[in-house]
Design a protein around this ligand. Structure first.
Ligand code: LRH
Length: 460
């Protein structure tokens, strides 16, 4: 068996995971886990990027000899480097408020026609407009997305991995290259944007070990890690966010799709990740932090005993995006006391999340003209039995939950394929996952009319 290392940076922790891979097998072990705690300084929310890099280095040391290294992280955020390659300032967190008031010279429908991206306030395009004119922007030579920045530090090679570049709002969804027309219409410097590289390409070497481009957008790797057979499936990559959608061959760029805020992100092997960002487990994570509750299983067990669909809020409301007083914001939206039992508010979050999953799964099918038979839930949320059952009930479809480690698996499988250890298309990689990973099936139950009514209530 060959060994590969996945550096996987998530919103609350980073890990280095070693995958031992044979032609039909993959086994994971976690070499190192480290915290990822954003820091507010001078009124701005930053990623602690050097801590993350140190964690990656420590993890690679602990991983021992491997055939290659692949890096993935959350999307959209970046660091600027100057002409000498020095990092100019700390990368800003996408939950920072700096994009709240940017005005954009290009209309939304034109942006969608070119990039096909859902409108989220933190897309790189809006962050760059906020940065335009600052001394840091003026001094910048290159923009590096987070995994590209780490790869640069490991190898000295500059580049922009395709799947993550597709989340900037500046990549042409058809040509898969930077859109020079959008870049110039926005008055941005074209020279900031490094050459695009594809998953599977060798980037360079770190201490003699190849560093290989993977789906460096964590969601792109997670979608590789969906153990689906055929194409009649929806997926939910469920963690801090729920990324809910379909895998397509072609983008959907209709006006209805734009209005429903569906995105056409670039996937591994030229696929399109047609999906929408749903608020995910972030509100629960934040509320738990504020309650100082760390025992999630106890909380979920109590939430399971609460009545279904009593309090439902629209979790897609951007009011829930930034950190700070999540309990107060949720309680206000639900019309309950902020002193309510955590189990009540937890049930409200999970019911609401399941309703939001239903809405996105339904809309994706309608907008793309593709019906699905099942919903795959991958990522940390696959461990949450209550959420998986509620999602099955809400969608009226079976939920296939797992693997929890879909992102690391997707990262590692793309590396193993590039090394020639494992062969074939995405379907072949997924067949290995079906053989080796634990997948739990949840049948839809509950009261379909009650879910329909709840969905209608939040859709207005
Ligand atoms: C999930 C994720 C998601 C992006 C968000 C910024 O980690 O990459 O796909 O929209 O973070």
């Amino acid at each position: 068996m060959n060994a590969f290392a996945a550096v996987d940076l998530g919103a609350s922790s980073g890990r280095v995971i070693v995958g031992r891979v044979g032609p039909t097998r993959i086994e994971l072990s976690e070499a190192h886990r480290f915290g990822n705690e954003p820091v507010r300084a001078g009124g701005t929310l930053y990623w602690d990027i050097l801590r993350l890099y140190r964690g990656a280095l420590e993890g690679l040391r602990k991983a021992g000899p491997v055939d290659s290294i692949g890096i993935d992280s959350w999307a959209v955020d970046y660091g600027f480097v100057d002409g000498s390659g020095a990092l100019l300032g700390n990368p800003v967190h996408y939950r920072d408020g700096r994009t709240d008031r940017v005005s954009v010279a290009v209309p939304d429908d034109r942006l969608y026609a070119v990039a096909g991206l859902q409108k989220l306030p933190f897309n790189t395009i809006y962050q760059l407009i906020a940065a335009q004119g600052t001394p840091q922007y003026e001094a910048a030579q290159r923009l590096l997305l987070i995994p590209d920045l780490l790869a640069y530090w490991l190898t000295g090679e500059l580049g922009a991995e395709y799947t993550n570049a597709s989340t900037t709002g500046l990549l042409d969804v058809r040509t898969r290259e930077w859109s020079s027309s959008l870049i110039s219409e926005l008055g941005l410097r074209p020279s900031l944007f490094p050459e695009i590289r594809s998953p599977g390409a060798k980037i360079g070497a770190f201490a003699g070990t190849p560093v290989v481009a993977v789906g460096s957008h964590d969601t792109a790797s997670a979608v590789v890690g969906v153990p689906a057979a055929g194409e009649r499936f929806a997926y939910i990559s469920c963690g801090t966010w729920s990324l809910v959608g379909l895998e397509l061959d072609q983008p959907v760029l209709s006006e209805e799709s734009r209005r429903a805020n569906f995105t056409n992100e670039g996937g591994v092997d030229g696929t399109i990740r047609y999906l929408r960002n749903v608020m995910g487990l972030w509100p629960l994570q934040e509320a738990m932090r504020e309650w100082e509750i760390s025992d999630i299983s106890g909380l979920l067990a109590r939430a399971a005993g609460e009545p279904a669909l009593k309090h439902v809020v629209d979790l897609d409301d951007p009011v829930f995006l930034p950190p700070g007083d999540m309990i107060g914001r949720l309680a206000a939206a639900a019309g309950i006391s902020r002193e309510a039992d955590p189990a009540v508010l937890t049930r409200c979050i999970l019911d609401s999340l399941a309703v939001a999953h239903r809405r996105a799964v339904e809309q994706a099918q309608e907008l793309a003209g593709r019906a699905v038979d099942a919903v795959h839930v991958v990522g940390g949320g696959a461990r949450n039995e209550l959420l998986c059952q509620l999602t099955a009930d809400a969608c009226g479809l079976p939920v296939l939950a797992g693997p929890v480690e879909a992102t690391a698996l997707g990262n590692l499988l793309v590396q193993a394929r590039a090394a020639g250890v494992i062969g074939g298309e995405l379907a072949a990689l997924r067949a290995v996952l079906r053989e080796t990973q634990q997948i739990v099936r949840y049948e839809p139950g509950g009261d379909p009319a009650a879910w329909r009514a709840a969905a209608k209530r939040i859709s207005g």
